[in-house]
Design a protein around this ligand. Structure first.
Ligand code: GDP
Ligand code: MG
Length: 430
């Protein structure tokens, strides 16, 4: 292989869509099948990310006889926990994901969260493939385990084929209403202009080979520049967690570069001598409780000035701090990641909503956050409120809030927070 072919990193793919469309099941299906067939070789599920080495993808797609020349070392798929915060994750200013799978349930079509996902993908200009999932639920479907979709379709009765086509046509129309051209992937002659639909079943595995092959072929064909492996470490914090017995750990996605054992990041980490991108990793170290989800991780090189690096690391957060209301009066907002906090602030600032913000924070709501919010009790009572997006509230924080009269609203859809807050304000006015 020539230099450029040998030097691509693994594409990062996120899987999105309405709740219960089968996002997690699709990943389970790919993983499970490989394990059952004794091909566990290298498939690892760390954090919410699953790494599929090229070897597994080759095996899984061999029936398609695509003679797939796999130039990428593998594929890293990130499962989103039912909402959009992963797409909001950035890696040094650009989106974390190179490509996305948008899952649509063939029985239900486009749903509110599908449209929310679509808008995010459009905004980030992220290309995606539609997995039209649950085809096995079509009445009279004959299962054809793990088979490519064209082969499967040929084995279905005329009635099933008719029903499939009817639903497909409906869904293509629904996409059209959202301003998007879509087409069955093997009929799609203008990839890029027209988005591809791959029918799948996460239960019986039909269409999974097609989905994997398409993901790999498309990324390595159209994203060579973006996927060019670089030595510079590019790493994004997905989640900060407290794990019993381990203290605080962070889950990160290594987008580019290599992390070595002993690298100075915010500490040291274990179990791997080195890890090459793209991979999902769990890191245990001292001082991680101050890590912020959605921000970049930096490695300090021997020629680097630590202070310069600290400054770069703060840039992500600084830009958000500038959005806080100067008057010092406003609600407290708290979110799970930097990206989701950014999205929430953007929403609150919009003219139709226009809720001032005095304090921002990332991670679970603790007692200290309630204390900060309680400052507003004397200034403007309705602002003694915490709008918590996709984060937990500790029992102590809840108790203190109840005692002090601080309101905490929690939701995992941004506009639900607004609805709750608005209802509260209206109620106060009465
Ligand atoms: P998620 O919320 O998108 O992650 O959805 P899940 O993966 O949790 O799946 C939701 C439900 O749909 C579960 O009960 C799955 O077993 C079921 N499911 C997912 N994919 C399929 C499929 O392809 N066919 C059928 N019949 N059921 C599915
Ligand atoms: Mg899920």
């Amino acid at each position: 292989p020539n230099q450029s072919e040998a030097n691509l990193r693994s594409p990062i793919c996120c899987i999105m869509g309405h709740v219960d469309t089968g996002k997690t099941k699709l990943l389970d299906c790919i993983r499970g099948t490989n394990v059952q067939e004794g091909e566990a070789g290298g498939i690892t599920q760390q954090i919410g990310a699953t790494y599929f080495p090229a070897e597994n993808i080759r095996e899984r797609t061999k029936e398609l006889k695509a003679d797939a020349k796999l130039k990428v070392p593998g594929l890293l798929v990130i499962d989103t926990p039912g909402h959009e915060s992963f797409t909001n994750l950035r890696s040094r200013g650009s989106g974390l994901c190179d490509i996305a799978i948008l899952v649509v349930d063939i029985m239900h079509g486009l749903k509110p969260q599908t449209i929310e996902s679509l808008n995010l993908l459009k905004m980030r200009n992220t290309k995606f493939i539609v997995a039209l999932n649950k085809v096995d639920r079509l009445y009279g479907w004959k299962a054809c385990r793990n088979a490519p979709i064209v082969k499967t379709m040929k084995q279905q009765s005329k009635d099933v084929q008719h029903e499939f086509n009817r639903r497909l046509t409906d869904i293509i129309t629904q996409f059209k209403e959202q301003g998007l051209n879509t087409e069955l992937y093997y009929k799609n002659k203008e990839m890029g202009e027209t988005f591809s639909i791959v029918p799948t079943s996460a239960i019986s595995g039909e269409g999974i080979p097609d989905l994997l092959l398409l993901l790999v072929q498309w990324t390595q064909k159209t994203m060579v520049d973006k996927l060019m492996y670089r030595n510079e470490v590019q790493c994004t914090v997905l989640e900060v967690k407290v794990v019993e017995g381990h203290g605080t750990t962070i889950d990160v996605v290594l987008v580019n570069g290599v992390l070595h054992e002993g690298d100075q990041i915010v500490g040291t980490y274990l179990h791997h001598k080195e890890i090459k991108a793209a991979q999902g990793i769990k890191i245990t170290a001292q001082g991680l409780e101050h890590a912020i989800a959605g921000t970049s991780l930096y490695v300090v090189g021997s020629h680097d000035d630590l202070e310069d690096i600290k400054e770069s690391a703060m840039e992500d957060v600084q830009s958000l701090l500038s959005r806080i209301d100067k008057s010092g009066e406003g609600v407290c907002v708290q979110a799970s990641t930097l990206g989701s906090l950014e999205a929430l602030l953007e929403f609150l600032k919009s003219p139709a909503v226009s809720i001032p913000v005095s304090v921002i924070s990332i991670g679970p709501v603790h007692k200290k956050d309630v204390m900060k919010a309680s400052v507003m009790l004397e200034k403007k009572r309705e602002f003694a409120t915490i709008l918590a997006f996709d984060v937990k509230v500790t029992p102590e924080a809840r108790e203190l809030a109840d005692k002090a009269g601080v309101k905490i609203f929690i939701a995992d859809i941004i506009y639900h927070l607004f609805d709750q807050f608005k209802a509260y304000i209206d109620n106060l006015k009465e």
